[in-house]
Ligand binder design. Structure first.
Ligand code: SF4
Ligand code: SF4
Length: 326
C-alpha cells in the first residue's frame, strides 16, 4: 500500500491556471510524436515572452518563497554570469584527448563540483532554432545537501536548488576561463535557463547515469540529487563513456516517486516522445505544483537512489544480480 500523500489532493491556484496557454507543454515536448525532431524550449526561457508558457514563468517569480536565500542566490548567480571571461590566449595549448579530460578532475579536487564528464556534441540535443557549433560538451555536476532537499516541497529545498545552481554556474565559468587561458574558446552554459541545448541527454552520454522515471538523471553516487552545468568548446577532450547500472529496469519495478508526486505527473509507463521511448513527466500536471512551491523537488528527494549511501549499494546489488543472470 503506498503511503498516504500529505499534498493530495492538489488544487492548482486559479490565478496561475488563467495564465496557461492554449498549447500544452506536453505537445511542445512532443509527447506521442513518433517522428524524430529536435526539442523545443518549453520553460525557463531567457526571455519568457518568447515561449507560450512565459506568463506562467513570470508568475513563478510572484510567489513569495518566504526566504531571503532565493534572492541572494539569484544575485550571486547573476554576478557570476556577468563576470567577463579572460581573453582566448593566442597559442592553444596542445594535450592529448585523455590528458584534456583528466585535467578536468582539478575542478572536483578543488571542491567546485562533484562530478565531470565529456560528450561529443550531438546536433539532436540543440533546441529548434538554436545553433551550437562546438564539438565537445563538458558537463559538471554539483550535489545537493540531502537533508535540505529532503524538506521538499518546503522553501528550504528550493533554496538548496538555488545554492547548487550558483555553484554550477561558478564551476562552468571557471572551466571556461581555464580553457580560454589555454587558448581554446569556451562558452559556459548554466541552468535553469540553458536554452541553447538540452543538458540531460548530453550528461547521460557523458556517463552521468540513466534517466529515472521522475525525469531526472540517476547516478549511483548522488542519486537524482544534483544539478548540472556545461561548457561548450572545440578543445579536443576525450569523451567519457556512457554507463548503464540497471537503473532503468529498477524504475520499471518501483513507484515511489509516482506515489509521492502530488499532481500525479509521473507517468507509470514509458512514453513515445519525439520518436524515442522514454520515461516522461507530464509537464502540464507538474508545472502548477512546481510553480506554487518554488521548485518542488519531492520526486528527487524520495527517490531511494538519492539517499546518502544507498545508491552505490543498490548499484553493486544490481551488478551482482546481472552477473548471476549472465
Ligand atoms: S523513485 Fe523509484 S521509480 Fe522513481 S525514479 Fe527513483 S527509482 Fe525510479
Ligand atoms: S517536481 Fe513535478 S514531477 Fe516531481 S514531485 Fe514535484 S510535481 Fe511531481
Amino acid at each position: 500500500m503506498p503511503r498516504e500523500n500529505p499534498h493530495r489532493p492538489f488544487i492548482p491556484n486559479p490565478e496561475q491556471m488563467a495564465l496557461a496557454p492554449e498549447v500544452t507543454g506536453n505537445a511542445i515536448n512532443g509527447l506521442g510524436e513518433a517522428e524524430h525532431r529536435r526539442p523545443s524550449v518549453v520553460y525557463w526561457a531567457t526571455n519568457p515572452d518568447d515561449i507560450p508558457h512565459g506568463r506562467m514563468q513570470k508568475w513563478f517569480y510572484t510567489v513569495d518563497p518566504g526566504s531571503p536565500e532565493f534572492g541572494e542566490e539569484r544575485a550571486k548567480r547573476m554576478e557570476i554570469s556577468q563576470a567577463p571571461l579572460p581573453p582566448v590566449a593566442p597559442t592553444p595549448t596542445q594535450r592529448n584527448p585523455e590528458d584534456w579530460t583528466r585535467q578536468l578532475d582539478q575542478f572536483i579536487a578543488n571542491g567546485l563540483c562533484e562530478k565531470v564528464g565529456v560528450a561529443a556534441m550531438n546536433p539532436d540535443w540543440v533546441y529548434e532554432g538554436g545553433k551550437v557549433s562546438e564539438t565537445r560538451v563538458i558537463i559538471a555536476g554539483v550535489q545537493h545537501d540531502y537533508d535540505r532537499i529532503a524538506t521538499a516541497p518546503k522553501p528550504e529545498a528550493g533554496a538548496e536548488v538555488m545554492v547548487q545552481y550558483t555553484r554550477a554556474s561558478l564551476v562552468a565559468k571557471r572551466i571556461a576561463a581555464w580553457l580560454q587561458e589555454d587558448g581554446w574558446a569556451a562558452k559556459p552554459v548554466t541552468g535553469p535557463m540553458a536554452t541553447s541545448f538540452t543538458m540531460i541527454p548530453a550528461a547521460i552520454e557523458a556517463g552521468f547515469g540513466e534517466l529515472g522515471k521522475h525525469g531526472s538523471i540517476i547516478n549511483p553516487e548522488f542519486g537524482a540529487s544534483f544539478r548540472l552545468s556545461a561548457v561548450l568548446t572545440d578543445a579536443p577532450f576525450a569523451p567519457t563513456p556512457r554507463k548503464d547500472h540497471g537503473i532503468d529496469a529498477f524504475c520499471a519495478a518501483c513507484r515511489i516517486c509516482e506515489d509521492a508526486c502530488p499532481p500525479y505527473a509521473i507517468l507509470p509507463e514509458k512514453q513515445t516522445v519525439r520518436g524515442d521511448e522514454k520515461w516522461y513527466v507530464d509537464f502540464d500536471k507538474c508545472l502548477p505544483f512546481f510553480n506554487e512551491h518554488q521548485g518542488c523537488g519531492i520526486c528527487i528527494a524520495v527517490c531511494p537512489w538519492s539517499r546518502p549511501g544507498v545508491g552505490l549499494n543498490l548499484a553493486a546489488k544490481l551488478a551482482r544480480k546481472a552477473s548471476r543472470e549472465g
